[in-house]
Design a binder for this molecule. Structure first.
Ligand SMILES: Cc1cc2nc3c(=O)[nH]c(=O)nc-3n(C[C@H](O)[C@H](O)[C@H](O)COP(=O)(O)O)c2cc1C
Length: 335
């Protein structure tokens, strides 16, 4: 079974991509993911907190701009060796890209346009096959308008696009009033890929300890329905490649996303739960399913169950809602 595919102009051996997670935090982790068969790896994100720490440290350094390190590192002012931040990230990126023969995608995580361009350029110089912009921005200030939030995304994208020649993907949150229009605007602004959707750290409250607790929980397959709905709607309506992320546990989840129209399918929770080697289970299962269903190529699968262009998308969604309600009223969900 040939699973080779294109993602933002990158030639992948298959459409399964390991998305950013602690598994892609070390060269050995990236090597294990590649050995398990994934088509590409997204490194864990370089977080804005690190950039801010670095900025604070830079203010204390006198020899900013030192050229004593490898070419890619020269984009950054010298920082103390014990400061992990961007230097550690670029080292990891360089080593990972040199170790595996699949594309290694770097991930930038932040909220402000300023400074992003130089970090993205440094990532490209360090060997990133593409850049994923993980725009983790939850507008806590209730005075910030939706349009402003959208504009921030566009500004970050434009600055990074101006700074690099490698493809740039935007990893989106599902929290826009009109995800479709946001996707179209990012597409027009030159996004090479749209990654739908990120999962945010959402604090919880422990009523026993009377404390706010924060933890990154692993996903479950039901959470894939929201991104899958939007991928099905956007397939054929944007030039950007569509990457699905959230809720892939087994091969059927990969198949579902491809049927909806995803160009690539990303996975993190399942690999954290079962180990990087689970990628081989997903890929073997995908091939087995395609053979069983009589599909010879991914092109035959991709978008087969997307929302056809030319249909009234609103009516399509309402139809789904109406039939779900009809089932509920027929008593299908009664205990
Ligand atoms: C422990 C953990 C760490 C993560 N770190 C990052 C990160 O650094 N950058 C990022 O863009 N996404 C990060 N993610 C999100 C995943 O890449 C992925 O988009 C999300 O978990 C949904 O996919 P899944 O259902 O396959 O886990 C992280 C997820 C988990 C569970």
């Amino acid at each position: 079974m040939h699973l080779t595919t294109d993602y933002m102009g990158l030639a992948l051996r298959n459409p399964l991509v390991a998305s950013a997670s602690p598994l892609s935090n070390t060269v050995d982790g990236v090597r294990r993911l590649a050995a398990a068969g994934v088509g590409a790896v997204v490194l864990y994100s370089l977080f804005e907190e690190q950039l801010l720490r670095e900025a604070a440290q830079n203010a204390r350094l006198v020899d900013a701009g030192s050229e004593s390190f490898a070419e890619s590192l020269s984009y950054f002012p010298a920082v103390a060796e014990e400061e992990p931040g961007p230097r550690r990230y670029l080292n990891l990126l360089e080593d990972a890209a040199a170790t595996v023969d699949i594309p290694v995608i770097a991930s930038l995580n932040g909220v402000t346009p300023g400074g992003w361009a130089s970090y993205a350029a440094a990532m490209q110089a360090a060997g990133a096959a593409a850049i994923e912009l993980n725009i983790y921005y939850l507008p806590g200030d209730p005075h910030i308008s939706g349009r402003d939030v959208e504009q921030r995304h566009l500004d970050v994208l434009r600055r990074v696009k101006d700074a690099v020649t490698v493809p740039v993907a935007v990893k989106l949150s599902p929290y826009f009033s009109s995800i479709g229009e946001m996707a179209l605007r990012l597409d027009e602004a030159g996004a090479d890929g749209l990654v739908l959707f990120n999962r945010f750290l959402q604090p919880d409250i422990d009523p026993e300890s009377l404390a706010v607790v924060s933890a990154v929980g692993l996903s479950n397959p039901a959470e894939a329905r929201l991104p899958r709905t939007w991928i099905a709607l956007l397939h054929g309506r944007v030039r950007a490649a569509l990457a699905a992320t959230t809720g892939v546990e087994g091969p059927a989840d990969v198949a579902r996303y491809l049927l909806a129209g995803a160009d690539v399918v990303m996975t993190a929770s399942a690999l954290l739960r079962h180990g990087p080697e689970h990628a081989a289970v997903l890929l073997d299962g995908l091939s087995e399913w395609m053979t069983r269903k009589g599909f010879a190529t991914l092109d035959q699968v991709r978008g087969l169950l997307s929302v056809p262009t030319g249909t009234d998308e609103g009516a399509h969604e309402r139809l789904g809602y109406v039939s779900a309600m009809r089932d509920a009223n027929r008593g299908l969900y009664r205990p």
